[in-house]
Design a protein. Sequence first.
Length: 319
Amino acid sequence: MDHANPLPRPVEITAADGYILRGHCWQHTRPDAQRPVVVINPATSVCCRYYARFAGFLHQHGFDVLTYDYRGIGESRPESLRGFQAGWIDWGRLDFEAALQFVTRTCPGQPIHVVAHSVGGFLVGLAESSHLVSRMFTVGAQYAHWKDYARDRRWRMWLKWHVAMPALTAVFGYFPGKRLGWLEDTPKGVVRDWTSRAPRFEDTWRQGSVVLSPGERLALVHRFAAMRADMLALSLSDDEFGTVAAIRRLLAYFRGSRCTHLHLQPQAVGETGIGHFAFFHQRFQHKLWPVALEWLRHARLHPSVHGDVSRLNPTATPP
């Protein structure tokens, strides 16, 4: 295995509308058309550097890896977010699409895999080139429909994310999450998309300030079905966002993919809590990261982890 390039290099990725995204690439020095390249899609308003140790882990186990920040976040943030236009649809059909195009140029001919956290799993289906993805591993992937929040915390979450967050956004012109210690500062369009109430995303969504036509919305839905990836969706029983209902709501859009849903109790790996974010903490390198590694390598469940397993679309066409 080639470890001559253990540190990532900074990269710039230009989206179709000219916006420049920034990230990091861990790439082996020797080209190998059989080596997969993994694109890591962050959660909403989480900087890509949060996933750096996990990316390094994948690189050490034989993958090339790309991390990047969506427009408006982290290293892809403009000088001011006040009045900056960006929403989840932009992050999917422009930013993730640009990441896919980048790895096809940088790692030509290599299989493309995706690791996606939270809304990052949703964004995959919005990209025109999502059909290039052959394997996908998600953690708590959903699009935050409020009725899917954990039942015992639903109203507290509603007040925080669907009342306080949009109210503060209206005052500041963006969500000042960093000073509150909630999230990174977040574009107002993302807040608008997060707080939409419809159970199906295509029923209420806009592109910037323009309402998408029915045809445009239907085209986005069809992109999800066009994917032919082998998918493993991991949910944790103490994740208040990524509940079973939330995971299933998103997976239902990937009708062309063979989807496996693994629902895990923290106690199954000797932990009292994991939640929505902790999977990517380095302390889980030996307990949880092998689950992702086994899937990305072989599209199979790791034998040492026991949880509730269900399979969706088992007869879908293989990638």
